[in-house]
Design a protein around this ligand. Structure first.
Ligand code: MN
Ligand code: MN
Length: 429
């Protein structure tokens, strides 16, 4: 919207008077925020009003003669100088894996974006991990469900069910897996350059440093108990790893068929813990892009985590919408995007997103994601839910009785009829 149009749009807006009255306390709050860590991403256009922001831009009050972190500014223009429509505090909605320090071992690395750095995200935490060819993420289990998206390369995963059946499968780029809480599992990088993947856990405060490791348990059990429990000799127990392995090098495994044969009668064949999303047809394709939705309806073991993988073409937009299921945790894979989160009480926050960034949307809050780059924008929308749901603002406007829409929007029926009927991604007409 151009400045002139914006002025027309807000002329006589009672919100302006209300917000000026409330301005003092909001300004005090903003002044108390810090620029470190959380403060940086939850700080925002506190008591800004559209009128004041436009006036400031018009008379050059937006100049900044002092210091700047130029690369950060270039990546986050909407965060530094928000659109005039931004206002109030929606909480933290951005973090990047490129700020999360890596735990590096011989065999790969891991780093995480959890509630510790993105405090709004109470339902979901994310981990990004790399394993070189043959290397293992050690046999382990944990208190959260684990959902995974393969970013590059191939991996072999195994899982043991409580009934003693063992599942094994290989996954490639774009494929998924799902490990229910408490089910022990492993991940091994396969031939070539190994692999990299995103893990999503259904607990915001989950940490990859808080998992039950095979080596750790054995190292903290009296040797005489291990002798009784496993039937191993004292000499054999002395060969066990004295410290946790976590990530470590190993030779490449045998073929998948050979592993299945060695599991024999204990091979799990009913429950499938992998989903070959790489070969799935889009759930919906529109002029502006496509979406793949995977939840418990097409991936039955994924009971607590659902995904929409969204591709938006240059110039396109993931339309204005919200989710009745709760909060949304996003992972940006490719391209550049801009999102505004709209929350209750006139709060709105706009930020820019690049590959390897994490986005967050508070429960039920309205949002869109615009492709602001020259290539396709690809990102994941993740939810702690069994069934993916979203509500389209355009559906709502277009399907209510026309008189109702006219009364609310002060538009003619002809203007209301322009609203696109294609759900998900739109390109400008
Ligand atoms: Mn795990
Ligand atoms: Mn969404």
């Amino acid at each position: 919207m151009k400045s002139e149009e914006m002025k027309d749009a807000v002329a006589g807006d009672p919100q302006e008077n209300e917000s000026e009255a409330a301005g003092v306390s909001r300004r005090a709050f903003v002044g108390a925020a810090t620029l470190a860590g959380v403060g940086l991403v939850s700080m925002n256009a506190g008591a800004q009003t559209v009128k004041e922001a436009l006036a400031g831009r018009a008379n050059g009050s937006d100049s900044n003669p002092g210091q700047e972190n130029q690369p950060l500014l270039e990546e986050n223009p909407s965060s530094n100088m928000p659109p005039p429509t931004d206002r109030g505090d929606v909480g933290a909605i951005w973090y990047s894996f490129d700020l999360a320090h890596k735990r590096l071992q011989s065999g790969g690395w891991t780093h995480e974006v959890t509630q510790r750095v993105l405090p709004s995200s109470k339902e979901i935490a994310g981990v990004n991990m790399r394993l070189t060819a043959g290397s293992f993420r050690e046999l382990h289990w944990h208190t959260a469900d684990e959902w995974a998206f393969m970013i590059t390369g191939k991996a072999r995963i195994t899982l043991l069910q409580p009934d003693g059946k063992m599942f094994v499968d290989d996954v490639g780029p774009g494929d998924l897996w799902y490990f229910p809480a408490g089910f022990p599992h492993s991940i091994q990088g396969l031939e070539g350059p190994g692999c990299e993947f995103l893990l999503v856990f259904d607990q915001g405060d989950f940490s990859e440093d808080d998992t039950f490791l095979l080596s750790d348990w054995l190292a903290h059990t009296p040797p005489e108990v291990l002798m009784k429990n496993m039937g191993w000799s004292k000499a054999e127990i002395e060969k066990l790893p004295p410290t946790p392995l976590y990530i470590f090098n190993a030779p490449l495994p045998k073929s998948l068929d050979a592993d299945k044969q060695s599991i024999g009668q204990y091979l799990e064949t009913k429950n499938v813990y992998t989903f070959k999303a790489s070969t799935m047809q889009p759930t919906k394709t529109t002029a502006g892009g496509e979406v793949h939705v995977v939840d418990s309806t097409n991936f039955p073991v994924a009971k607590n985590v659902a995904m929409a993988k969204v591709r938006v073409k240059p110039g396109g937009i993931r339309e204005m919408h919200w989710h009745p299921t709760g909060t949304e945790w996003q992972f940006y894979i490719k391209g550049k995007g801009r999102m505004t989160v709209f929350n209750t009480a006139s709060r709105a926050r706009t930020m820019d997103f690049n590959a390897n960034d994490v986005g967050f949307v508070p429960s039920m809050a309205g949002h869109y994601i615009e492709n602001t780059g020259k290539e396709d924008l690809v990102f994941l929308e993740m939810f702690k839910t069994s069934k993916y749901l979203d509500v389209s603002l355009n559906d709502w406007i277009a399907r209510m009785p026309p008189e109702m829409a006219e009364a609310h929007l002060k538009l003619t029926a002809a203007a209301i009829a322009k609203v696109p009927q294609e759900k998900y991604e739109n390109l400008p007409k």
